[in-house]
Design a protein around this ligand. Structure first.
Ligand code: BES
Ligand code: ZN
Ligand code: ZN
Length: 511
């Protein structure tokens, strides 16, 4: 269900991208007959010099032995090695991917990752060679294989000339379709949805267009309600910190409130908040021009929250979730907030805006206070591309978690490990707040002193706006994992959509 305060149909131009990210496709196909494929992805273990197929179901003895013979003469060894063989057992092209040595007693997380990575490598190889219908070996992990297959298919070429777009392919499990395969598809599709939202250029993903897109994507899902709020509403709520950022842009702000009701009404919800700055120019404290284009991804928190909601709703997880997404642009104009201006956030604390480029914490301050005081969440997570300092500290392997709860840290760490989208714990400490309390004119500054510990002072600032009604809170700084320089298996060059799968896994485990 959608409650839109605004008339107008969903933006069809943007909506069409969803089709490209496989959102609306039924792709679970049961191929009993390998002849139906023109391509297969098979996994193989390479122990020392011996090659063994991970799964042999549906592969005849003769085909196996011819396949192994070919591999043995092609120096097929290292994990990640891919060989494409032709006209084998009635299939035109077979991509065999090395899984490396067979582990003795692998955990589920190890199996998931092996399948995820190998499948994506196989799909990339076959796609390059014009294959249209791919069957995927699911013997190591059907969920991992489906995730890898869906993530590897992501493309964003709708804005290119038709002849330069990458062709669509069909992918299904080689063997039985299963719930695990379907779940893997949902995990992968949710992350692709976040990637699509982050990759879409800022002019096509303004706060207004983002809201319309989300309404379009989530509206039809079970137990899901999307409420879209405007400036007047934000003013009535006294969200002055949020409005102080939005007012430098001609594009009006939006505030999304999304409810997913998968459990009894009386059960406390989990809260999610996502930073939704659809473009961050820095405002009056304007950013240098090199790489500024990347700041279309400054709504990565919002995108991953929306992706996760899509996933939990599709999986029908037995939880209640409420998500809040403040959306605006951070721009310099005659009406923009100036360095030195003071605003009073919704919780009554005054903030001196020393640097208008530290805008994320301002919009999150009001969203965190609104959600924590109004919905009294059992757990509350905010996600934000908040500081360049986070990227300096952890790069793009781990996202940084700052939390006041050891239990929540353990749950997040375990969720991240399970889906190989990992977290590293960072310090949440009042020591970092000290320098933000030294304003001459307000309760708080929005900036620490110098660049040291920038991610930690931002987290300490946010804590001042989490109402005590929230039982536990975690802030996840995703600036480092926002994007990637190159493609590596199922990780793609460009906007990552991370950590959507970890969020879904957290809510699956935290029920
Ligand atoms: N959106 C940026 C942070 C960012 C940087 C995200 C790189 C992704 C990649 C944020 O609003 C920002 O500008 N932060 C400033 C904070 C500083 C002014 C305290 C920063 O990190 O430089
Ligand atoms: Zn900024
Ligand atoms: Zn920003």
């Amino acid at each position: 269900m959608v409650r839109m305060l605004f008339a107008g149909s969903p933006n069809l131009f943007v909506a069409r991208h969803c089709v490209r990210t496989q959102l609306n496709r039924a792709y679970v196909r049961h191929f009993s007959n390998p002849q139906k494929y023109d391509g297969l992805v098979l996994g193989a273990y390479t122990d020392h010099s011996k090659v063994t197929l991970a799964g042999t179901r549906g592969v005849s003895d003769a085909t196996q032995s011819s396949l192994l013979q070919q591999l043995e003469v092609s120096n097929f060894k290292k994990a990640g090695d891919v060989r494409v063989l032709y006209n084998l057992g009635g299939v035109q092209q077979v991509a065999v991917v090395s899984l490396g040595e067979q582990p003795k007693s692998p955990s589920e997380a190890v199996q998931l990752e092996a399948a995820r990575r190998a499948t994506s490598l196989g799909i990339h190889a076959l796609k390059k060679q014009g294959v249209k219908n791919v069957g995927v070996d699911v013997s190591v992990s059907p969920q991992g294989a489906a995730e890898g297959a869906v993530l590897a298919q992501f493309s964003f070429d709708k804005l290119k000339n038709a002849k330069d777009r990458s062709p669509e392919i069909q992918v299904g499990p080689f063997g039985e379709a299963s719930t695990e395969w379907e779940h893997g598809e949902i995990y992968g599709t949710s992350q692709n949805l976040a990637r699509m939202l982050m990759t879409t250029p800022g002019n096509l993903m303004t706060p207004k267009l983002f809201s319309e897109e989300v309404a379009y994507l989530l509206a039809g899902l079970e137990n899901t309600e999307v409420i879209v709020r405007d400036e007047e509403w934000a003013a009535r709520q006294k969200m002055n910190a949020f409005m102080a950022v939005a007012k430098g842009s001609k594009e009006p702000l939006r505030f999304l409130e999304i409810h997913y009701r998968g459990a009894d009404e009386g059960k406390k919800p989990h809260g999610l908040v996502g930073k939704g700055v659809t473009f961050d120019s820095g405002g009056i404290s304007i950013k240098p021009s090199n790489n500024m284009a990347l700041m279309k991804g400054d709504m990565g928190g919002a995108a991953t929250v929306v992706g996760a909601l899509y996933g939990i709703s599709k999986l029908a997880l037995p939880v209640n979730v409420v998500a809040c997404v403040p959306l605006c642009e951070n721009m310099p104009d005659g009406g923009a907030t100036k360095p030195g201006d003071v605003v009073r956030g919704m919780n009554g604390k005054s903030i001196e805006v020393v640097d208008t480029d530290a805008e994320g914490r301002l919009i999150l301050a009001d969203a965190l206070y609104y959600l924590s005081s109004k919905f009294e969440p059992k757990s509350l997570i905010d996600l934000a591309t908040l500081t360049g300092a986070m990227d300096v500290a952890l790069g793009n392997v781990f996202a940084g978690v700052f939390t006041n709860s050891d239990v929540m840290w353990q749950q997040l760490e375990s969720a991240g490990k399970q889906v190989s989208d990992p977290f590293w714990r960072m310090p949440l400490h009042d020591g970092y707040l000290k320098e933000m309390k030294e304003s001459q004119v307000a309760d708080l500054n929005n900036l620490g002193k110098g660049r040291s510990g920038g991610a930690c002072s931002a987290a300490a600032f946010l804590k001042e706006f989490v109402a005590e009604q929230a039982e536990a809170w975690a802030h996840i700084d995703i600036a480092g994992v926002m994007d990637s320089q190159g493609t590596d298996g199922y990780h793609i060059k460009g906007m990552s959509g991370r950590p959507t799968r970890s969020l879904i896994e957290y809510l699956k485990q935290a029920v």
